[in-house]
Ligand binder design. Structure first.
Ligand code: NAD
Length: 473
């Protein structure tokens, strides 16, 4: 753990394992409530100095962290693959994405402009300024173990906030590597603090109830996000929530089914389906279902599962056994209720895969609303295809979820693309595009997929308080 500029001496610890083979790859400090409280105290103590440092000084530190992260891209990516399981190429892409947030928010720090507003009174002037909200508590997930940290820490630091972060218990080593970079980049003692813990609950309780914490930013599942938001409510702490998704992927019959299926397979099986913006329901118009499914099947047939450090691997392990059984349950339920299985549909246990948490990339068609997979976030390598006939029907089906994070549309018809973009209740929509994300673009969900946005100018606003001055002259 890193508290008030010090790496804590080893005390109680917990093991970290490689999900591809079960090997123990490290042990990290098992933090308790009092560590969270000490970290919050440190962050509170240094807040006045950090929040009144110049935007140029804060930008300088973030730029240096950006540079260090890129210099260490390869080693960070190897660590990520070993700890989290995604193929090395995907880890390299994630480190780049993570570094992008450091640079973007280094630049944005200098653009926290205020406003002057005309008054109806001749002797009055209104001045609006934006200032840092205070100590920020952050909780991040394991599926994007480096970029989810920089997406929070970079805007918080740029705004002038101080931070206490609790990373996911499955990926604390990536978090430690990021904090070493922040320390080396010159972030002053106490401005960023890291509390690792095997049991997240006591840390979460301290974050939500300690009055020195002014904001909680969370990325993870919807049930945990709701619980934390409830716990923050008595003190009316600000919250940002990046939660689960259940993304529709809509392919209209004027689209090229093979091109759409290629896009679908690239985004669906990325990170073995463990992404909040992963397509979870593939709605394909009746006339083109056959070529769409055939292309998916062909692409899945050549995907190789294994340890992501080896060349040619495109399917890494799932995070743990619970994830494997959730996927297996959804697939078995769908098949029992009449879905057709075109590929996969089982756990992978050949040779060295037996020691990891592998599930075969799977394609299902004839998926219907009675099936679990139609309603639940899968977070695994399953592409469920659902047939639709007309426009109104597909919009209704796509919006029929309490989630609202990402959606995808494939069509060559511009007005249909625009109408669908406007009709879908989702925060991020790819139109003939499978990667609608960037440090410069607002990321976040509607409905029970979250509150607030990360990245873009919206991302820094989440860490700023609006202050109005009315001057009588
Ligand atoms: P999770 O909610 O179980 O865990 C996320 C984080 O919350 C971890 O750090 C965990 O330790 C912590 N946590 C869990 N219970 C807690 C508690 N009671 N108090 C305090 N902290 C607690 O989620 P997960 O299964 O690890 O992650 C997957 C979920 O995250 C999926 O639903 C996915 O869609 C979502 N996700 C969303 C985004 C987004 O930007 N919207 C990005 C990545 C992941």
């Amino acid at each position: 753990m890193f508290i008030d500029g010090q790496w804590l001496e080893p005390g109680p610890s917990f093991e970290v394992t490689n999900p591809a083979n079960g090997e123990v790859i490290g042990a990290v400090a098992d933090g308790a409530k009092e560590h969270a409280a000490a970290a919050i105290d440190a962050a509170h103590r240094v807040f006045p100095a950090w929040s009144t440092s110049t935007a140029y000084a804060r930008a300088e530190v973030l730029s240096k962290a950006h540079q260090l992260m890129l210099e260490r891209k390869q080693e960070l990516a190897e660590l990520m693959t070993t700890e989290q399981g995604k193929p090395l190429k995907a880890s390299l892409n994630e480190v780049q994405y993570a570094a992008d947030f450091l640079r973007w928010f280094a630049e944005e720090a200098k653009r926290i402009y205020g406003e002057t507003i005309p008054s109806a009174r001749a002797d009055q002037r209104f001045l609006v300024r934006y200032q840092a909200v205070g100590v920020v508590a952050a909780i991040t997930p394991w599926n994007y173990p480096i970029s989810m940290i920089t997406r929070k820490v970079a805007p918080a630091l740029a705004a002038g906030c101080t931070v206490v972060l609790k990373p996911a218990e499955a990926t604390p080593l990536c978090a430690i590597a990021v904090f070493k970079i922040l320390q080396e980049a010159g972030v002053p003692d106490g401005v960023v603090n890291l509390v690792t813990a095997q049991d997240p609950k006591p840390i979460g309780e301290e974050f939500c109830t300690n009055p020195l914490v002014k904001k909680l930013t969370f990325t993870g599942s919807t049930p945990v996000g709701k619980k934390l938001a409830q716990d923050c409510a008595p003190q009316l702490k600000r919250v940002s929530m990046e939660l689960g998704g259940h993304a529709p992927f809509i392919v209209f019959d004027d689209a090229d089914p093979e091109h759409a299926a290629k896009g679908a397979s690239l985004v669906k099986f990325l990170n073995t389906g463990q992404a909040c913006i992963s397509p979870n329901r593939m709605f394909v118009q009746r006339d083109i279902v056959e070529p769409f499914v055939a292309t998916l099947e062909k692409r899945v047939a050549v995907m190789q599962a294994g340890n992501g450090l080896q060349p040619g691997i495109s399917i890494g392990p799932l995070v743990n056994e619970a994830a494997v059984s959730k996927v297996a349950t959804q697939v078995e339920d769908a098949v029992a209720k009449g879905a057709t299985l075109h590929a996969g549909g089982q756990r992978l246990t050949d040779d060295e895969l037996a020691n990891g948490h592998f599930y075969a990339p799977t394609v299902l068609s004839q998926v219907t609303p009675e099936m679990l997979i139609y309603r639940e976030e899968t977070f695994g390598p399953v592409a469920p295809v659902i047939v639709f006939d007309d426009y109104d029907e597909v919009i209704e089906m796509a919006n029929d979820t309490h989630y609202g994070l990402a959606a995808y549309i494939y069509t060559q018809n511009l007005s249909r693309a625009m109408r669908t973009f406007e009709a879908l209740n989702f925060g991020i929509i790819g139109i003939n595009d499978i990667n609608p994300t960037s440090a410069a673009a607002p990321f976040g969900g509607m409905n029970e997929s979250g509150l607030g946005r990360e990245g873009a100018r919206e991302g820094i606003a989440e860490y700023l308080e609006t202050k109005l001055g009315g001057f009588s002259i």
